[in-house]
Design a protein around this ligand. Structure first.
Ligand SMILES: Cc1cc2nc3c(=O)[nH]c(=O)nc-3n(C[C@H](O)[C@H](O)[C@H](O)COP(=O)(O)O)c2cc1C
Length: 297
């Protein structure tokens, strides 16, 4: 439930978990009621699931895998998936092991960075680079985002996936489904930039590309952060408020846009937060709320 309504038109008083308006709540555990903490409280329940995924790693030693194969080898539950595994299987049943008795696994956090079709996607390569310095990164871009992304700016460590990968990889029942594997792999998802279109689609539950399919399949005990970027007219449009309220209810956290001269020449609110700020925000969040199995990053 939202405590405040969005107040668009300059000042954003959104009920969406807004890291700009409540920066201290990122570090203060005592204030309660904040979406970040609600998200984190739910996170602990996914410990067993993450451990199961990690323990299922199986790499073919004979031939070096392609980037896409590499991703799947790291994330598919079993090299011999049957059709039963693909179709409507429930989440892995959590084990009976008490959380305090689960041994932490030392690995970097797995961060899924996604870009949609805002002009701010020109900064996506830089954003990936920031995160690659301390996390394991996979990147996703929508078809529109690819107009703005110079692929050579994406670091080698951050494998970029597109809608084509989703379809080119899948051939028959039993093959891994990319959006499900990415959702399973990731500890946290960050959509930066978030376009007005993708915001609307997520709010409405639509899933017609890789990015929105991941979100539609997402386990909301794991955090999702969004950094919208759009023209001020779009940002101030009443749809934005409605859609932000919907994604707030899903538990997503807003990294709000800033006011400045936009790419189109207009001056106003709607520019994506700087990559360095996004990076710092997530890093601070994870430092204060470390993943149960990534204590060594
Ligand atoms: C040059 C150009 C710049 C654009 N910039 C933005 C933007 O900053 N924010 C936005 O929400 N949409 C922007 N759009 C519109 C989106 O690209 C369009 O809505 C697209 O369908 C988004 O697709 P996606 O959400 O699947 O990535 C821009 C379009 C063009 C042609």
């Amino acid at each position: 439930m939202l405590a405040n309504k969005c107040c668009l038109g300059g000042q954003i008083g959104s009920g969406v978990n807004d890291v700009r308006e409540k920066p201290n709540e990122l570090v203060d555990e005592g204030n309660g009621g904040d979406g970040l903490h609600q998200i984190w409280g739910k996170w602990s329940r996914s410990v067993s699931m993450i451990l199961e995924t990690v323990s299922s790693v199986s790499v073919n030693q004979d031939a070096p895998p392609s980037p896409l194969e590499y991703f799947f080898l790291l994330s598919c539950p079993s090299p011999s998936w049957s059709s039963d595994n693909v179709i409507a299987q429930p989440e892995p049943v959590t084990s009976n092991v008490e959380p305090s008795k689960i041994e932490p696994i030392h690995r970097k956090p797995r961060i899924l960075l996604a870009a949609s079709g805002s002009v701010a996607a020109i900064k996506f390569g830089h954003l990936c680079k920031c995160f690659c310095e301390w996390a394991e990164v996979r990147a996703v871009a929508t078809k529109s985002a690819l107009h703005f992304i110079d692929k050579v700016t994406i670091p080698e460590d951050a494998i970029l996936f597109t809608d084509e990968d989703e379809w080119s990889h899948w051939g028959k029942i039993g093959d891994c489904v990319l959006h499900i594997e990415m959702r399973r792999w990731a500890d946290i998802m960050i959509i930066a930039p978030l376009s007005a279109n993708t915001l609307g689609k997520i709010a409405g539950g639509l899933c017609d590309n890789l990015l929105t399919s991941i979100v539609r399949a997402w386990d909301y005990s794991k955090p999702v952060f969004v950094a919208p970027a759009m023209n001020t007219f779009m940002w101030n449009n009443p749809f934005t408020e409605k859609h932000l309220m919907s994604i707030d209810e899903l538990g997503m956290t807003l990294i709000p846009p800033v006011t400045k001269r936009l790419a189109c020449g207009d001056y106003g609110n709607g520019a994506m937060a700087e990559p360095s700020l996004i990076n710092r925000t997530i890093r601070l969040f994870l430092e204060k709320h470390p993943l149960p199995d990534s204590s060594n990053w």
